[in-house]
Design a protein around this ligand. Structure first.
Ligand SMILES: NC(=O)c1ccc[n+]([C@@H]2O[C@H](COP(=O)([O-])OP(=O)(O)OC[C@H]3O[C@@H](n4cnc5c(N)ncnc54)[C@H](OP(=O)(O)O)[C@@H]3O)[C@@H](O)[C@H]2O)c1
Length: 257
């Protein structure tokens, strides 16, 4: 058993959607634990991504910021190539980039919006995972952590159906890959956050009606903070979780009890 169960000293982590919110909080927690990092996003709001990298750098490790759209294979390939060129290995992948392009019932949902939800939440995690697995196999192991959602566990009825469906599929991809990659000592798990206060969920904590409805659902009667997801990501990235794979772990303040 290693001495510091939660240390990431000597590890290299690639985190998508790391310019803000949950991804950025995970980046800072990993930097604090000693990892070198590659932080990625589409870089839609410069200098957001570079600022996130700068904050992580202040914790002491090496940190690169690389722009990439996770749904575009060329972008993903250059992201992984640059990571390997800079650090020579990838120990931890966090598939965090995601979102909900439109609010619509399934009956009214445009085909393009359905494709977009699949592209970022599901295909993105697939493409980046596929691109890093070769390196992890050569290294003799690794960790893949998918940021899913409780919306992938329990169907909602608030016009987020496409999002729910992609996250449910991501949960199954987590379990399939956990089984397939276990012989290579690659552990694959998912985190299913509930209502976390970020840019993505702004309408839920600013619109009075939606906010009241959410708080009624959450047993702890408050929104979670991105840092409250980061601790579980650190557990799943570190030696502390060496016998955990194929899990979908909720961080939801009791919302789905
Ligand atoms: N907040 C919640 O309540 C909640 C609950 C459950 C699950 N989640 C999940 O947690 C993850 C992070 O969400 P968040 O709340 O932290 O959202 P956020 O604050 O909006 O951050 C999303 C991040 O993803 C990046 N991104 C978006 N589309 C991308 C793409 N196609 N390719 C690469 N990067 C992309 C964004 O940067 P760019 O715009 O620069 O690309 C940003 O860095 C998502 O998977 C979300 O589904 C969130």
């Amino acid at each position: 058993m290693q001495k510091d169960l939660f240390s990431l000293q000597g590890k290299v982590a690639l985190i998508t959607g790391a310019s803000r919110g949950i991804g950025q909080a995970i980046a800072l927690a990993f930097a604090e634990a000693g990892a070198d990092l590659v932080l990625s996003s589409r870089n839609r709001r410069p200098p957001e991504l570079e600022n996130a990298a700068e904050q992580a750098r202040a914790k002491g490790g090496k940190v690169l910021a690389i722009a990439a759209h996770v749904g575009k294979k060329e972008d993903v390939d250059q992201l992984v190539e640059k990571t390997l060129a800079a650090f020579g290995r990838i120990d931890i992948l966090v598939n965090n980039a995601g979102g909900n392009p439109v609010l619509s019932t399934m009956a009214d949902l445009e085909e393009e919006a359905f494709d977009k939800a699949i592209e970022v939440n599901l295909k993105g995690a697939f493409l980046v995972s596929k691109a890093v697995v070769g390196a992890m196999v050569r290294q003799g192991g690794g960790r893949i952590i998918n940021i899913s959602s409780i919306s992938g566990i329990r169907a909602r009825n608030d016009r987020t159906g496409a999002y729910c469906i992609t996250k449910a599929a991501l949960n199954m991809m987590t379990q399939v890959m956990a089984r397939e990659l276990a012989p290579h000592r690659i552990l694959v798990n998912a985190i299913a956050p509930g209502s976390i206060r970020t840019e993505f969920s702004r309408v839920n904590w600013t619109d009075p009606e939606r906010k009241a409805q959410r708080l009624q659902e959450v047993e702890l009667r408050r929104f979670g903070e991105p840092e409250e997801v980061a601790g579980l990501a650190l557990f799943l990235a570190s030696g502390a979780s060496s016998f955990v794979t194929g899990e979908i772990i909720r961080v939801d303040g009791g919302q789905t009890i």
